[in-house]
Design a protein around this ligand. Structure first.
Ligand code: ME8
Length: 509
């Protein structure tokens, strides 16, 4: 039986159009999904859109549309971008779908019937843009501590979830499972938050209508986070125990930005505890992108539009840059200069050149046909071992979602490949007919190492990998077996490569 792997992205709000931050999380999930598939897992990769709540209702009013019209329009923008970014999701959930609404009602009822949701009255300071209630002590000058906008005191009848009841259990779970919340710095933040004490959580609103009504009391709308988080199980067919839910839950990893960690690492696990369901195995919060040193915001007009980037630089260059530039889990800064620099040095120079020079050489020396290699000398062996070791390193880095380190390990082998050619100097070997067997071995190591590189790169840069593998005579898709040394068969025809990444003129060059 094949192993299963379930990875999710947040479901994005439809009151905003997709930007580079959204693309980042979804891309990371895609790379993970592709990698796990390559390693033989049966993968379920979920993304989608969060379409309910006051923010969407307001944005729709402002645009003179119904909330659903707005959602229908914006969801297409997300789906078109994912297609353009080569995102290989298994399912796309919209919270306005019947399957989701049915599942949320069921989930709510299950917790209500257990007595962990009760009707009460809520009074606190409310920040409408953030849809968050704050206690007076949390406010800064009576303003929202998150967005610094004015708050207002609100009192309303509300259903409450007995989150306080689960404080000790959640704490024990986080302490017993160091892998549960990552990275570690974020885990510590959540630990201190939980230790300070959990209050019961308001899980319904009467102040707006756009959402899923509370079962049996439709004056109340289920609070956005109770609705949104549940997407991770409704997309699997919950409450139906069979099928995908039985197969893929609990999730292997929820990938999210650090802004929504508390919802995923505190609210969601306690909801699941109340419903008697297993908890996620891992919640990983990545960092925040700024743009040319500034926070990305509509008012600053510096929002980086992924479609524009892809049109300008190509999809794989964007995929590479986003995951290579910043260690996953830390904040990072986006700049065109840094992107162009990466394209020129890592992609055009290191990766592209290696393929160009080596496919040209085998065509020059052996009419493009892979020859039987002779015995390895020390340099050949070291280079082969280095390539094989890289595959193991990538595995370890991917386990920790250290995408940047995985790419770094791959690029070390690319550099080693360029160095190997310089050291073995095939152009000198070619001058002496007696050294033909030696030349054949050098050609073999040089090409075989790259075949392994392109196989493993297929998770990160699917198009580039397909091209590279095509030039190297590898039939079909990258496979797990293809990661092993020796896949390049004698007699394979190697095509002379066109440049994979043309150099881009750098400013000031
Ligand atoms: O929070 N840098 O949706 P959302 C990095 N609907 N990542 C960023 C980013 C940035 N500057 N800006 C956004 C919601 N993101 C809820 C989620 S889940 C059950 C419900 C990414 O549209 C990051 O993944 O505001 C962040 O968590 C997400 O977009 C927030 O998307």
């Amino acid at each position: 039986m094949s192993r299963t792997y379930y990875v999710t992205t947040p479901i994005y709000y439809v009151n905003d159009v997709p930007h580079i931050g959204h693309a980042y999380t979804t891309l990371a999930a895609d790379v993970l999904a592709r990698y796990k598939r390559l390693k033989g897992h049966e993968v379920f990769f979920l993304t989608g859109t969060d379409e309910h709540g006051q923010k969407v209702e307001k944005a729709a009013n402002a645009a003179g549309e119904t909330p659903l019209e707005l959602a229908d329009r914006v969801v297409k923008r997300f789906q078109a971008l994912w297609e353009k970014l080569d995102i290989s999701y298994s399912d796309f959930i919209r919270t306005t779908q019947e399957r989701h609404k049915k599942g949320v009602s069921q989930f709510f009822s299950q917790v209500l019937d257990k007595g962990d949701i009760y009707l009460g009255e809520y009074e606190d300071w409310y920040c409408t843009p953030c849809e968050t209630f704050w206690t007076e002590t949390q406010l800064i000058d009576y303003k929202c501590p998150d967005c610094n906008r004015p708050t207002e005191k609100l009192k309303e009848e509300s259903y409450f979830f007995r989150m306080s009841k689960y404080q000790e259990r959640l704490l024990a779970h986080i302490e017993a499972n160091p892998e549960f919340i990552q990275p570690k710095s974020k885990r510590n933040e959540i630990l201190s938050f939980v230790r300070e004490g959990l209050r019961d959580l308001s899980v319904s609103r009467t102040s707006f209508r756009w959402g899923i009504p509370v079962p049996g009391n439709d004056r109340h709308i289920i609070y956005v986070w109770f609705d949104a988080l549940t997407n991770y199980i409704t997309a699997l067919g919950y409450p139906d125990e069979g099928g995908n839910f039985g197969k893929f839950w609990p999730v292997d990893v929820h990938l999210i930005g650090k802004d929504i960690l508390r919802f995923h690492a505190v609210y969601w696990p306690t909801f699941l505890m109340a419903a008697g369901l297993p908890l996620p195995q891992k919640v990983f919060a990545h960092g925040w992108w700024t743009v040319e040193g500034q926070k990305m915001s509509k008012s600053l007009q510096n929002v980086v539009e992924p479609n524009m980037l892809i049109d300008k630089y190509g999809v794989d260059a964007v995929r590479y840059f986003l995951l290579r530039e910043v260690p996953f889990g830390l904040d990072g800064d986006f700049s065109h200069t840094a992107l162009v620099h990466r394209i020129n040095s890592d992609l055009a120079n290191d990766l592209g050149n290696l393929l160009n020079r080596s496919t040209a050489m085998i065509n020059k020396y052996f009419d493009g046909i892979v020859q039987e290699p002779a015995a390895e000398n020390d340099i050949d062996r070291a280079f082969r071992e280095r390539t094989c070791d890289m595959v193991r390193q990538v595995e370890a880095h991917m386990d920790e979602l250290a995408f940047s380190k995985a790419l770094q390990a791959i690029w070390e082998v690319v550099s080693a490949g360029n160095k190997y050619i310089d050291e073995t100097a095939p152009w000198t070997l070619a001058k002496d007919p007696a050294l033909k067997p030696r030349l054949a071995t050098v050609m073999y190591q040089m090409l075989e190492s790259q075949r392994v590189v392109y196989c493993i790169l297929s998770s990160f840069m699917p198009r580039t990998a397909a091209k590279g593998l095509g030039y190297l005579g590898w039939e079909g898709e990258a496979t797990e077996a293809g990661l092993a040394w020796g896949g390049l068969a004698t007699g394979t025809r190697i095509t002379k490569a066109e440049p994979l990444f043309p150099r881009i003129e750098e400013q000031g060059e």
